[in-house]
Design a protein around this ligand. Structure first.
Ligand code: KG4
Length: 332
């Protein structure tokens, strides 16, 4: 069965064609990173205008690359939440148009849930439920219990900034490029010396599941003022953030008894984080999956098409008058 996935929730315009929920026939992505770089973050008005400009060509490219005809699409999956409302509406209009022209059933998708399906797609193997979903991106630091398609419960959140946001702000403080994640990772790789960390561990509560990344942001500014080497600041910053991530994840595994973990989101593209998570999985005895292809960690239409397949199989079909939302509500 073929389906299409449409993603326009933030700063990537992406459309993909998916076969049986696990095979990527095509995935076209236009990234707006360069359009937002000089502002150091995503500007909503620029984002929605850019989606409007690019959506038709991205859609055409995805269809051409796939070799699949419109008539052969069994469902049309689209991100409707959470995200920038003006941007979500552009993908929404494409889905409604496809439905009106070809009668393709619409499946609305939660963007955060969809991130986990990138791991299944990349490996060509379905996810095993229940699993703990670790989502680390520019807007989220969260852990979910995922019991099935459309059935998830958030058990960990951040008290303040998201981890990707902390990377972006650290890069801005140090005058590195945007987005900050790859820039901080690359700067940190230049650190060879092994002196004690500049930063103290990010301790919040001893038992709870709560991330917090605002303290380290202030500590980075102080470290820069004190004249520390930028490579050392980036190295210690990464290690401190990742230590908190692995500690929270190991705690979540212990508290829930769920030993399957699926990680995704832009920050999972970080090579050091991947190796810290692998070590935590080996010592905490849990099974870890994440998208091997870094492009599938960040926003893409393929993960929407993959989640859409499993929701459609469960019988989900949405009305053409569906709404979009900046929140994670199930059916806006
Ligand atoms: O999942 P994503 O594309 O979605 C949004 O939340 O928009 O994640 C983007 C975030 C940015 O904050 C970026 O700095 C971070 O992921 N990121 C990374 C790396 N690559 C991207 N963070 C750390 N290391 C990386 N290599």
């Amino acid at each position: 069965m073929f389906g299409i996935g449409i993603e326009t929730s933030c700063d990537e315009t992406s459309v993909a064609v998916i076969e049986d929920g696990l095979i990527m026939r095509s995935c076209a992505i236009y990234s707006q990173v360069a359009d937002h770089a000089r502002f150091g973050g995503v500007v909503p008005e620029i984002a929605s205008r850019s989606h409007l400009e690019k959506i038709n060509s991205v859609f055409a490219q995805a269809m051409d690359d796939s070799g699949v005809r419109m008539e052969d699409l069994s469902y049309c999956a689209v991100t409707t939440r959470p995200g920038l409302v003006g941007s979500l509406m552009i993908g929404g209009i494409l889905a409604k148009s496809i439905h009106l022209a070809f009668g393709t059933p619409i499946v609305t998708c939660d963007h955060l849930e969809a991130h986990f399906y990138a791991a299944a797609l990349d490996a060509g193997k379905p996810l095993v439920y229940p699993f703990l979903g670790l989502l680390l991106s520019g807007g989220n630091s969260a852990i979910f219990i995922v019991r099935g398609p459309g059935d998830l419960e958030q058990i960990a959140d951040t008290a303040d900034d998201a981890i990707g946001e902390a990377f972006d702000k650290t890069a801005a403080t140090l005058g590195l490029s945007y987005p900050g994640g790859p820039a901080v990772e690359s700067c940190a790789s230049g650190y060879v010396e092994k002196s004690p960390s500049i930063f103290t561990p990010l301790l919040r509560n001893e038992q709870g599941l709560l991330f917090s990344f605002s303290g380290i942001k202030t500590a980075v500014t102080k470290a820069k003022r004190e004249g520390h080497d930028f490579a050392k600041i980036c190295h210690d910053f990464q290690e401190t953030c990742f230590e908190l991530v692995t500690r929270m994840l190991t705690r979540a595994v212990k508290q829930t008894g769920i030993d399957q973990v699926v990680a995704s989101g832009g920050v999972i593209a970080n090579t050091i984080l991947r190796s810290r998570l692998e070590s935590a999985a080996a010592s905490g005895k849990f099974d870890l999956r994440y998208p091997a292809k870094k492009i599938l960690c960040t926003d893409n239409g393929a993960m929407i098409g993959a989640l859409g397949f499993f929701l459609f199989q469960k019988g989900k079909k949405d009305v053409v008058g569906f709404a979009v939302s900046d929140r994670r509500t199930q059916n806006p």
